[in-house]
Structures are given as structure tokens and as C-alpha cells.
Ligand binder design. Sequence first.
Ligand code: PGA
Length: 249
Amino acid sequence: MKPLIAGNWKMNGTSASVAEFQKMIEGFKAGLGDTVDLLVCPPATLLARFAEVAGDSGVMVGGQDCHFAVSGAHTGNISAEMIADVGGRAAIAGHSERRADHYETDALIAMKAAAAQRAGLIAIICVGETEAERRAGQADAVVAGQVIGSIPTVCDPARLVIAYEPVWAIGTGLTPTIDDVKAIHAHIASLLVERFGDAGKEIRILYGGSVKPDNAASLLSVPHVNGALVGGASLKAADFLAIASAVKG
Ligand code: PGA
């Protein structure tokens, strides 16, 4: 399966960032298209513009979150349909910053993922343990619970991506050992097969948390790591393209 390298810009980026995104498109067109899928999730304010700039380059853009409803009285939110309307192809659901800052539960995340698929988008569901949970030996159980609880009852496995992002590795420069990544990704892969049968084998499982150009090759070569969800290093074209280039063709 083709790895997915996804960039989560979080609350970063203004009109001045369009040029940086354009560099990413140029780099992708210059030879990455055969080996990876590339996705950039800018803040909502830039989504329509990035989608226009991406055009038919093959580079996808997506939302960092979506509401579960199609429309209505939900001040400050955007719907999956709105993301699709401006050319978005994916939506992230359940990023740990939303789980923590916005008190999002597995049940709510499942509703968001279902909404994303209903609108025709790829749903990227994030899971990951906190530092305290890992120290208590609960990483595996916490992640398994999140995977099971955050995948909606009605779900198309062909438009589902799981991102394993240990909370303590996000934005810290810390990463789990290769053995830890291997173990947890293998566990997630087995849960996906339990849920979806053979179709579960085709679901991409991304690693996220301090992915940088210098650790991308080793993380991306771990079995059942089918791409990366990149925060900080996705803001600069040179870094993001270097990470995408680390995927073995
Ligand atoms: P980071 O963020 O790459 O800056 O650690 C990853 C993420 O939150 O998706």
C-alpha cells in the first residue's frame, strides 16, 4: 500500500504560507508522486486557498477537525461537507490536542469520523497514550480502547486511516523506541483485521510525534508503519519533502 505522509499545520499559517505550500507541490511533482500520497491539513482559513493552489497536482488538502453535523447552530465549527465543498479530501478526528483541550471522547470522535466519511472524505483517527499511561504500562490497553471506541459503527475501511501519536512525543522531540512503535502498530493492525477482516489489512496506520527528516527513514521502515502524521516539520517544505522522500520507493 502507498504510504501517506500527512502534515498537520495546527494553528499556524497565514496568506504568507501559500508560497511554502507551493514549494511542497513542486517537490511532490518532481518525483514523489509514485512513492507516497501527500496531504496537508492547514488551518480552516487556508483550506479553500490551498485546495485551489493544489489543483490537480495530486497533493491533497484536508481539515484538522470537523463537526459531526452537516450544518446548523454550532458557532466556530466547520462541517465535513464544508471541507469537501472547498476541495478537501480528508479530515483528522481525535487529535490529542482536541481530546485534551476540547474534552473530546472516543464516542464524539467516532461521530466525527462517520461525518467525514459521509461527506466523502478520508477519516484520519488519532490515538495515543499519555506519558503517565505509558509509565503505568497501560499504553497498549489505552491505544486499543481508543481504536475500538473511535472507529464508527458504520465505517468504510477504504477511507479510514489510523494515526498512532503518543501524546508525550508530540512537539517534544521525543520518540518511542523502534521496538515500541513496532509493537503498538502490530497491535493496531491486528485490531483492524478483527474489525474489518481482510479489508483491515489495507488500512494505513501512520506514526506521529516528533517525526523529523533525521528520524523519518527509521520510523517509516517499521512494519505496519504506513506513513507519518507530521506537525512541526510539516510547516517547512524542505523538511516535509525530506520526510516524504524517506519513504523507500
Ligand atoms: P509534531 O506533531 O510532529 O510537531 O510532534 C505531530 C502531531 O501532533 O500531529
